[in-house]
Write a protein that binds this ligand. Structure first.
Ligand code: FAD
Length: 550
C-alpha cells in the first residue's frame, strides 16, 4: 500500500469498511484497507446477527428503510452469501386478543409484503392460537400469551460474513492489512492525501498516500475526523449485551420476540445455543472491549423469565458479549448526506466519513461512501456492482449444501460437523478439508465439539488470523460457545497454529496466557454491578495486540 498512491484508502475493517473496499475494488479502483486489530473485531462481530428489515422501523412508518433492508436480506440469501444466511422463525406472543392481533398482524403483513416486493421468498407469517403457539414453543408460560404470530427473518454469522467480504475484496485486488493503526492523516494544502500508519506487530511506521480516504471506523469515527479538524459527523456509542444459553435451556422450535418495558428482547436460535439480546445503554468507557456487567446479564434473564415457564438462571449462561452501536449524534452538519439511518459526509476535502446504519444495509452504505469518494476523481467510474458479486464460498451453493454426507465419508469426519462447516465456509470447505488430507490428525474435533482442528490452521493460513484471539473469538465462536470460554482448547489451538505463525514456545505461552487473562477479566466484569466497575475489571487484561483505547 505504501509503494504507490492508491485511489482509495479505507480505515476500519468492520462490515462498513470491508464493504467499501469491495465496492471500490469491483469498480476498478486501487484500494487499500487498514484495520487496527482484526477484521470484525469491533461491533461487526458483536451484533444480534440478524439480516432483517427491522419490524420496529414499521412502527416508525419508515417503509423505505424496511424495504431497503429486506431487499438486502433477499439479495444475500439468493446471490451474495447464500452459504452464510439462514432462515429463522420468530414467534411473537400476544397478550391481547383484539388490538394486538390487529396491530402486529398488520405489521408482519406489511413486512412480508415489502419483502415480496424486494423478491424475497421466505415463508409467509401465520396467526396461531394459544394451543398452537404452545405446541411450537412449549417453554412459554401458558399465562404469558393468548395466541401468537409467527414470521420469518434471516440470520448470518456477522464476523464470518465480514471476513468473507474482506477476502472477496482482496480477490478483486484490494490490499488489506490488519494490526495496522492509523495514527495520523496526511494533509497537504487543506486536503487529506493519505495516512500515517503503524504496524502494531512490528512497530514499523509507514505513509500510505491515497486520492481519497474513507473513514469507516464505527464508534472511533470522531478520533479520525479530529486528526483533520473539528467538523464532520459525530458518533455516540450505545452498548448492547447478549447472553448465550444452551438450546435445551429453552424448549422452543422457534425464535421468540418478547416485549420489554422499553423495547423488545430477541431469543434467537444459534446452532446448539440461543442468543438473548439486547440491552441499549449509553457507553463512554473502553470502546475496544465494552464490558457486560451483572446488571446487564440479570436484566436479560429477568426479561426472558417473564415469558418462560422454566426460568433461566446465571448457571445457564454459557457466553456473554457486548457491542457498541455507532449512532449518529445530534445534527449532522450540512455537508452530511443523511440517508435514513446512515450518513456520509466529507468534513475536509479528501476525507469521507460513513457512519450509522445497520449491519444489514452495509452494501448500500458502502456504495454511497464510494460514490461520494469518486465524485471528483478525474476518470469515469461506474456505479456500484456489488449486488452481483458473490462472496467467496457461495459459488454452486445449491449443490454444496447437500455435500455433507459425501465429504464426511471421504475425509472421515462426522457428517453433522461437516454440515455445520459448510454453513461457515461454503464451497471453501473443500480447501479446509484438503488440509486433513495432507495432515490426517487435523480431522480431530476440538474439545467443546463444534469445530475441526483443520479450521484453526485454515484460519491462519488463509483467513488472516494472527493471534489466538482472532481464532477463538471470530473465525470460530468458541469464546461464547463453551462454558470455560475456550480456556481448555486454547493450548491445543496454539499448538496447531504455532509453526504456521512462526511462534516459538515462549510466544505460544504468551498467547495462551493472554487468552486466559482476557477470560478472567471478562468474567470479573460480568460479576461487577455497574458499567464503571465492569470496565475497570475488563481493563485488567492487556489488549491482545497491546493497543490502548481511550
Ligand atoms: P465496526 O465493526 O466497529 O468497525 C470499525 C473498525 O474500525 C473496528 O474494527 C476498529 O478496530 C477500526 N478502527 C478504529 N480506529 C482505527 C484506526 N485508527 N486505525 C485502523 N482501524 C481503526 N445490525 C443489523 O443489521 N442486524 C442486527 O441484528 C444488529 N444487531 C446489533 C446488535 C448490537 C448489540 C449492536 C451493538 C449492533 C447491532 N447491529 C445490527 C448494528 C451493526 O452491528 C453495526 O451497525 C455494524 O456492525 C457497524 O459496523 P462498522 O464497520 O461501522 O463498525
Amino acid at each position: 500500500m505504501a509503494a504507490d498512491e492508491l485511489d482509495v484508502l479505507v480505515i476500519g475493517g468492520g462490515i462498513t469498511g470491508v464493504g467499501c473496499a469491495l465496492d471500490a475494488a469491483t469498480r476498478g479502483l486501487s484500494v487499500g484497507l487498514v484495520e487496527q486489530r482484526d477484521i470484525a473485531s469491533g461491533t461487526s462481530s458483536r451484533s444480534s446477527k440478524l439480516l432483517h428489515g427491522g419490524l420496529r422501523y414499521l412502527e416508525q412508518r419508515d417503509f423505505g428503510l424496511v424495504r431497503e433492508a429486506l431487499k438486502e436480506r433477499g439479495l444475500h440469501a439468493a446471490v451474495v452469501a447464500p452459504h452464510l444466511v439462514r432462515t429463522v422463525s420468530f414467534l411473537i406472543p400476544l397478550t391481547n386478543r383484539v388490538w394486538q392481533r390487529a396491530y402486529y398482524g398488520a405489521g408482519v403483513m406489511i413486512y412480508d409484503l415489502l419483502a415480496k416486493l424486494g423478491g424475497n421468498t421466505l415463508p409467509h407469517h401465520r396467526h396461531l392460537s394459544r394451543r398452537a403457539a404452545l405446541k411450537l414453543s412449549p417453554g412459554l408460560k401458558r399465562s404469558s400469551l393468548i395466541g401468537a404470530i409467527v414470521y420469518h427473518d434471516a440470520q448470518i454469522d456477522d464476523a464470518r460474513h465480514t471476513l468473507g467480504v474482506a477476502r472477496t475484496a482482496k480477490r478483486h485486488g484490494a490490499a488489506i492489512a490488519t494490526s495496522t493503526r492509523v495514527n495520523d492523516l496526511i494533509i497537504e494544502d487543506g486536503v487529506v492525501v493519505g495516512a500515517t500508519v503503524v504496524d502494531i506487530e512490528t512497530g514499523r511506521r509507514l505513509e500510505i498516500r491515497a486520492r481519497r480516504v474513507i473513514n469507516a471506523t464505527g464508534v472511533w469515527i470522531d478520533d479520525i475526523q479530529d486528526m483533520a479538524g473539528p467538523s464532520g459527523l459525530r458518533v455516540q456509542a450505545a452498548k448492547g449485551v447478549h447472553i448465550v444459553v444452551p438450546r435445551k435451556a429453552i424448549d422452543s422450535d422457534s425464535g421468540l420476540v418478547l416485549r420489554t418495558p422499553s423495547s423488545v428482547l430477541f431469543i434467537i436460535p444459534w446452532g446448539k445455543f440461543w442468543l438473548l439480546g439486547t440491552t441499549d445503554t449509553a457507553w463512554e468507557l473502553d470502546r475496544a472491549h465494552p464490558a457486560a456487567s451483572s446488571t446487564d446479564i440479570d436484566y436479560l434473564i429477568e426479561q426472558a423469565n417473564e415469558a418462560l415457564s422454566r426460568p433461566l438462571t446465571r448457571d445457564d449462561v454459557v457466553g456473554v458479549y457486548a457491542g457498541l452501536r455507532p449512532l449518529i449524534a445530534g445534527e449532522a452538519d450540512e455537508t452530511a448526506r443523511l440517508s435514513r439511518e446512515h450518513a456520509v459526509a466529507q468534513p475536509v476535502p479528501g476525507l469521507i466519513s460513513i457512519a450509522g446504519g445497520k449491519y444489514t444495509t452495509y452494501r448500500v452504505m458502502a456504495a454511497d461512501a464510494v460514490d461520494m469518494a469518486t465524485e471528483s476523481i478525474d476518470r469515469p467510474i461506474g456505479p456500484s456492482v456489488t449486488e452481483h458479486i458473490q462472496l467467496l464460498g457461495s459459488n454452486d451453493w445449491d449443490t454444496w449444501q447437500h455435500a455433507a454426507a459425501r465429504l464426511g465419508a471421504q475425509y472421515g469426519v462426522d457428517a453433522d460437523l461437516v454440515d455445520r462447516m459448510l454453513w461457515r465456509h461454503g464451497s471453501e470447505v473443500a480447501a479446509v478439508l484438503a488440509l486433513v488430507e495432507a495432515q490426517p490428525d487435523l480431522a480431530e474435533v476440538l474439545p467443546g465439539g463444534g469445530y475441526l482442528a483443520a479450521e484453526a490452521l485454515y484460519a491462519v493460513e488463509v483467513e488472516g488470523a494472527i493471534h489466538l484471539e482472532d481464532i477463538l473469538a471470530r473465525r470460530m465462536r468458541i469464546s461464547v460457545e463453551t462454558v470455560d470460554r475456550g480456556i481448555a482448547v486454547s493450548a491445543r489451538v496454539a499448538e496447531i497454529v504455532a509453526s504456521a505463525l512462526g511462534w516459538d514456545s515462549a510466544k505460544k505461552v504468551a498467547e495462551i496466557q493472554a487468552w486466559a487473562d482476557r477470560v478472567e477479566a471478562e468474567e470479573a466484569a460480568n460479576d461487577a454491578a455497574d458499567d464503571r466497575t465492569a470496565d475497570i475489571a475488563r481493563r485488567e487484561a492487556v489488549d491482545g495486540r497491546g493497543l490502548i483505547d481511550a
